[in-house]
Design a protein around this ligand. Sequence first.
Ligand code: GLA
Length: 734
Amino acid sequence: MLLATAIFIAPLCLRAQAQTSSIHFDKQTKVFRIDAADVSYIFGVNENKQVQTLYWGKRLSAADTFAAAKSAPGASSSDPSIDTTRQEFVAWGGGLYVEPDLKVTFPDGNRDLVLQYVSHTITGNHLTLQLKDISREVYVELQYEIDPETGILRRSAEVQNKTSLPLTIEQIASGTWTLPRAQDYRLRYLTGRWAGEWNLREQAIQPGKITLESRRGSTGAQNNPWFAIDRNSSNDQDQGDVWFGALGWSGSWQINIEQDQIQQVRVTGGPNSFDFGYRLAAGESLQSPYFYAGYSHDGIGGASRLLHRFELASILPGASHPKLRPVLYNSWEATGFHVDEAGQEALAEKAASIGVERFVVDDGWFGQRAGDHAGLGDWYVNPVKFPHGLKPLIDKVHSLGMDFGLWIEPEMVNPDSDLYRKHPDWILNFTGRPRSQGRHQFVLNLARPDVREYVFNFIDKLLEENDIAFLKWDYNRNWSEPGWPAVSPDEQKKVYVTYTQNLYSILGELRRKHPKVEIESCSGGGSRVDLGIMRYTDEVWPSDNTDAFDRLKIQDGFTYAYTPGVMMSWVTDTPTQINHRMLSLDYRFLSSMQGSLGIGANLNDWKPEDFATAKKMVSRYKQIREVVQRGSLYRLISPGDGSEQSVTETVSQDQTQAVAFAFLHSSEMLYPFPRIYLRGLKPDALYRIETLDGKLAGDSPAVASGAFWMQQGVDVDLKGDFQAAAFTLKIVSQ
Ligand code: GLA
């Protein structure tokens, strides 16, 4: 099934090449220099033909020159030069003790691989270096692509087996990022669990290694494949040096952050090497996932803004102009598994009345799906719930002026399903061993060609037969017993790569065949969000926790790595299902309006005044959504660390508009809400302020300069518990 070249990714879009970046090679010194935006990235070929990192950070002057790279002396007989020399990509061979980028075993038992530079090519924003082992016909192609707008580098490595025998890859990374030498680095990363995703954590980088990873078969919530490293532990959001990166891979992954024996900090990332083994036949090659990384001089806030811009311009389907997210309604928290034609039509009418643009039927519409014990895998429309198929409901939704979306969970099967009864061998399993269930379901082995075909075909048919604009693609458990008995034992561990490649290829093929269909990546909440899946999905679901207060922290963490333009956020009922908190409808709306607005409440229980509030808020959201989804996000007050307040501001790319959201968690000791000092405005332009909800303090002028709003600030009148306010600024003269 594997092609001669197995690649981890299949680019969906190409970007126009801008003029602000350059890649140079100096023949005398053998130094490569990449410059773009505010970043310079420099490395050279040293006397041992190793590719040695020389600099990564703030853009240097064009006049700055670098001498030829020279390998570092070893620190002692215990730490030889191979460990102290900062290499762009190093294989495990010789006396290497730092994290390798590549580790292989040859059939004769040899496991030593020593790579040397052979040649390179530069084409526009791409640089490719060819390395080769000192004696065997094993080649590695290092690929670099620089984004001119943000200075974000995309790296990947392709291993080519040109020997006459197979070899096994036991570890493959996309490359090593080495930071400038310093001892005061701090790592920030994201961790979480179901209903508690996206917690920002930090720790000092000290001698030794920190591993962020997933061994779960998919991205997971425990860690997200994103990191940011700053210096001096400065908590200023918008100032200071930050190096950051994110891996584009939705299978098990790892990012290692290592301070070596001479205090150099190296970051490597790729598929998880735990239980990994990829047999590469003679003539085959394997390309690692993309690892993206960048640098910002404008603090952690600047780093997220660069990532947001990059995702919108280069990653998402439709980049560089992905479509704005419509306001959607989803039935899950209203009707659970009890969906039927009449009930959904009634909800659709109510949703349309408040301005919803997309109506989505969640779980429960297919097979014998009465609850989560049965039906997954049987993707026919349930004839009792929808006796005439989905068409009458879809027609009704269209007649109400909305488009139609549907929930699917294609990679899973319940034991109680026709599919499992027919194909018990289609799941991940080890012969004769237990088959662990999660949410009463098994994981289909998407690496199998027949499973891939089944999954593609049922979705293709669904989209052929129904006028569907949107799929919520769910994935509700992690792997267990990841065996693939249908192939020989030495091929079985390929499942980690082939599964994920097949997932991408199904998504890519569906998108090509049904270009109007948009897709959301959901995984029991936010467990599969990464720059790999985002190449194929228009939006993501950050968490099943829809409590609007908890969501402030979840959304805050999420936006460190990912743009609010893909961050779905529903307004649900109160008391919230997840923790029984009572929150006003205004508060719930304002919390959700910081991302891509959805409604997930049971509209059958709403009172007329709720509909009136919702209608007003949906219409206001439509006025600000372009700013929220495409603008530059500033975190003015973070909701983390027991803060009593939080404030975000988003400024349109052209700086003509801004919107700010303020939340008071609880008033204490008569202190007023902190004054809000805006950021990112044009100091000399005049902006008109307008409240979204009447909570601006009375003494604000109606019009003032950007400098005024940034230096004098704005007061909002918030007192009590769980209060919220929002206002906009619009330029009136430049
Ligand atoms: C997951 C999703 C929810 C909902 C249910 C349906 O938990 O995160 O939004 O779709 O599945 O079973």
